[in-house]
Design a protein around this ligand. Structure first.
Ligand code: KIV
Length: 279
């Protein structure tokens, strides 16, 4: 695990030193425990929780209670990584007051280290309030899944001059408001690199943002090869857990049905005298 607790200062020093930042999502205690034995710097309890763990069709139905429940479990399993918890859809869009309350609940009830919210210049005033209140904030621009219904689906963002300029402005507005890191999702690699070079304090964390970002994030089940069906182009499988797990469940089921499992070494003994008195 990282040799000391990863804080906003660590992330800032890594950006300044050009040391790449490794971030991964996690949603439960066991995954966080496994990650705590690695050199991963940041864990994101993403609202991808909805798709990945809860079987929702999008991140839209995810509630604040669900985020708090899962982020608390991740914090309990965490080592020295920084834990960032996503603010779910409609927990900060209605008013600044509600946004502040939602972020406050996440920080107090999960004991995570920072919150992440989607949006650019329009959420910058709220980001400023959160940071002034002592809440570290990660921004998220480009493909913002909570806005997929208005974006017209899950598409690469910033491909024409107007939208590319808007993304640059959004990144600078978030940085100016005090965000210490900004996720760039599904942004052309050269644009993500340009945005990264314009950011002086905030670290860019790419997901489908190419190699020019200060760090990278992937959904844990994608990188572990557990996801069934479509996986986005930006995903690389670092393991094939789907096949390994399917094989293990099949072998277990076959051994239960053939009575090969459990064997003597998986069973408990008792005193033979006591047993004979019971018969
Ligand atoms: O919810 C999530 O997992 C995310 C990542 C895709 C960055 O926001």
């Amino acid at each position: 695990m990282p040799s000391a607790k990863v804080t906003v200062n660590t992330i800032s020093s890594m950006k300044q030193a050009g040391t790449p930042i490794a971030m991964v999502t996690a949603y439960d205690y066991t995954m966080a425990k496994i990650i705590s034995n690695t050199e991963i710097d940041m864990i994101l309890v993403g609202d991808s929780l909805g798709n990945v763990m809860l079987g929702y069709p999008s991140t839209v139905p995810v509630t604040l209670e669900e985020m708090i429940h899962h982020a608390s479990a991740v914090v309990r399993g965490n080592g020295n990584a920084m834990v960032v918890c996503d603010m779910p859809f409609m927990s900060y869009q209605v008013s600044h007051e509600e946004g502040m309350r939602s972020a406050g609940r996440i920080m107090k009830e999960t004991l995570c280290d920072a919150v992440k919210l989607e949006g650019g210049s329009e959420v910058a005033p709220l980001v400023r309030k959160m940071v002034s209140a002592g809440i570290p904030v990660v921004g998220h621009i480009g493909l913002t899944p909570q806005y997929a219904n208005v974006l017209g689906g899950y598409k690469v963002q910033g491909k024409n001059e107007q939208t590319a300029r808007k993304l640059i402005q959004d990144a600078l507005a978030l940085e100016e408001a005090g965000a210490f890191a900004i996720v760039l999702e599904c942004v052309p690699a050269k644009l993500a690199e340009l945005i990264t070079s314009r950011l002086h304090t905030a670290a860019s964390i790419g997901i489908g943002g190419g190699a020019g970002c200060d760090g990278q994030v992937l959904v844990c089940t994608d990188l572990l090869g557990m996801t069934q069906g479509h996986v986005p182009k930006f995903v690389k499988n670092f393991a094939g857990l789907n096949e390994i797990m399917t094989d293990a469940f099949n072998r277990y089921s076959a051994e239960v049905k053939s009575k090969k499992f459990p064997a003597a070494e998986h069973s408990f003994n008792m005193n033979e005298d006591i047993l004979s008195r019971l018969q």
